[in-house]
Design a protein around this ligand. Structure first.
Ligand code: 13P
Length: 288
């Protein structure tokens, strides 16, 4: 199946009371692990690409062609969206050009007026190409590609303003942060999420910082309109742990254990297991 925009899969998720995972990719192993797992469990999936990861992989054209090649050669038939994660204004245009099927414009650090102006323009540019667009209100805490968000909660009235511009789904800060949660984290602010949902109706909401949020909070967030959940750090952690164990056990020194196809295999399997676990938790299994 060709790449699809994320609009339809997320509208279905809202109606069906489940969420679709956005799993961030870093290289071929990540991408293949996520796509094959989605196919195995018959789940729609969103591949997230941050600007930093896009640069690391060699550029957006490389990413588009790698993903399309895997979909074709691995016979992936579940819906797959290729999504720019936390895009700046310029990079949104670069990804539209390169053939991404979904973009996120992160205007959360602009004034609400400037966020509205830039989002309006990008909604048109994306929709002209049949591409879905996510916007963000209330910056997500933690660090992503060197940008540290303070983790403010979104103003529901601002969410309504941005939702009315025609974005396809909306990320609203509700106390979630990227990366590991600190021990004194207060948890997701469900009162804010409920107020946002009241203003935005059936618009799919996005929960960033999926790593480390307790399962019961994830399930409650889904009941309040969250239809897309972003997971990045958790796959990195399990990949690193599995790779470390392989090296610490001296397996790279046995026979041809240094072959990257062997060295990276435990990390690859760890990502597959983590993605499957998340798809089961989010309820997207058999929803392709
Ligand atoms: P985590 O790295 O905390 O899982 O967050 C991912 C994310 O929100 C990407 O936008």
């Amino acid at each position: 199946m060709a790449l699809v925009s994320a609009t339809e899969m997320l509208q279905k998720a809202v109606e069906g009371h489940y969420a679709v995972g956005q799993f961030n990719i870093n290289n071929l192993e990540w991408t293949k692990a996520i796509l094959l797992t989605a196919q195995e469990v018959n789940s729609p999936v969103i591949l997230g690409v941050s600007e930093g990861a896009g640069k690391y992989m060699g550029g957006y054209d490389v990413v588009v062609n790698m993903v399309k090649g895997l979909i074709k050669d691995q016979n992936i038939t579940v819906p797959v969206a290729l999504h720019l994660d936390h895009g700046s204004y310029d990079h949104c245009y670069k990804c539209l050009e390169a053939g991404f099927s979904s973009i996120m414009f992160d205007g959360s650090h602009y004034s609400i007026e400037e966020n509205v102006e830039k989002t309006t323009e990008l909604v048109k540019a994306a929709h002209d190409k049949g591409v879905s667009i996510e916007a963000e209100v209330g910056s997500i805490g933690g660090e992503e590609d060197g940008v540290v968000g303070m983790g403010e909660c979104a103003d529901p009235a601002d969410c309504k303003k941005i939702a009315d511009l025609g974005v396809d789904f909306l990320a609203a800060g509700i106390g979630n942060i990227h990366g590991k949660y600190p021990a004194n984290w207060k948890g997701l602010q469900f009162d804010v999420l409920a107020a946002v949902q009241e203003k935005t109706g059936t618009l799919p909401l996005v929960l960033h910082g999926g790593t480390g949020i307790p399962d019961d909070m994830i399930k409650k967030a889904i009941t309040l309109g969250v239809a897309k959940i972003n997971v990045n750090t958790e796959c990195q952690l399990v990949f690193a742990e599995a790779t470390r164990k392989y090296i610490e056990a001296g397996k790279d020194l046995e026979g041809k254990g240094f072959d990257p196809r062997k060295l990276l295999a435990p990390g690859y399997e760890a990502i597959k297991a983590k993605v499957k676990e998340k798809m089961e938790l989010f309820g997207s299994v058999n929803k392709a």
